[in-house]
Design a protein around this ligand. Structure first.
Ligand SMILES: [Fe+2]
Ligand SMILES: [Fe+2]
Length: 291
């Protein structure tokens, strides 16, 4: 098992000069505590399997899957991944992750976004475990559930979910993130962060003494104005000591440019397929709860 790391295996972009595939979606391999987690599967199974092979990740070496939310650009690769395995694997997801989801307009859905339905032979390879509260998966890895909506969320009237009342605005209550306890502090690995990065950081900060040292993933800031991005950067500095930013997927090019306008060219580390962030796990378990 390699040293603790977050390896990007699926993203909208891939490292240039490689034969890795970049395509809309997100997926990471997280190696920590001598265990391997696949956090999201991207949208297309064949691209996921291609990238895993090129990055020398044997599907059988994955100890668990965690799904950040139900959207298909994070879950669509699951059927092919399960099929490629010989043995069943635990799949952690929020109980609401398989609600029907869609892009829509004024409550009318026009583009499906739901997690894929599994064929019986794929279903046999998945042992689903629902997560609806913060859960420690290993000494240095914790699953964090959807943060309370306090400020600057990225929810949209155009992202819908089907509930008992029909199609309504999706509040993304199925959102899960990972918190990794490293020597430098907590590394947060996010899916789309639809509930808002500041809300996620606040909820983690309120719970633990350790600082947040890095944020890895998509921040879904496409709808943020320049002023919103400036405010977010300001809050990252003032409240959280400016964690390292390793952004990708749905963050949005304009938003990344604006963050760099504030923080300089290196203010955002690009994190495409093939890129990895290596870490040292904390000597002690640093999930120290605030009283
Ligand atoms: Fe996404
Ligand atoms: Fe999403």
């Amino acid at each position: 098992m390699p040293s603790p790391r977050v390896l990007n295996v699926y993203d909208n972009g891939a490292l240039v000069g490689t034969d890795l595939i970049g395509s809309k979606g997100q997926g990471f391999i997280v190696d920590i505590d001598d265990e391997r987690t696949l956090f999201d599967t991207g949208m297309r199974g064949r691209y996921l399997m291609h990238n895993l092979e090129k990055l020398r990740v044997d599907p059988e070496s994955v100890d668990r899957v965690v799904l950040s939310h139900g959207h298909m650009d994070h879950t669509g690769g699951l059927p092919d991944f399960l099929e490629a395995r010989e043995t069943p694997v635990t799949v952690h997801a929020h109980p609401l992750f398989d609600q029907r989801k869609a892009r829509g307009f004024k409550g009318l859905p026009y583009k499906p976004l739901s997690a894929p339905r599994l064929l019986p032979e794929q279903r046999e390879k998945a042992v689903f475990r629902h997560i609806d509260a913060w859960t420690t998966l290993s000494d240095h890895m914790m699953v964090v559930t959807a943060p309370p909506l306090k400020e600057m969320d990225s929810l949209s009237e155009r992202l819908l979910v089907k509930g008992p009342e029909g199609w309504t605005k999706d509040l993304m209550e199925d959102e899960l993130s990972l918190a990794l306890a490293t020597e430098d502090g907590l590394v947060l690995v996010t899916g789309c962060c639809h509930r808002g990065i500041l809300n996620l950081l606040s909820s983690v900060d309120e719970a633990f003494e350790s600082p947040i040292s890095a944020v890895v993933g998509g921040l879904h800031m496409g709808s943020y104005s320049e002023g919103d991005v400036d405010h977010m950067v300001d809050m990252l500095k003032k409240r959280h000591g400016l964690p390292g930013l390793y952004l990708n997927h749905c963050t949005g090019e304009d938003a990344v440019t604006r963050v760099r306008h504030n923080l300089g060219l290196d203010g955002v580390n690009e994190f495409y397929v093939g890129t990895e962030l290596t870490m040292k796990t904390a000597a002690n378990n640093i999930f120290i709860k605030k009283l």
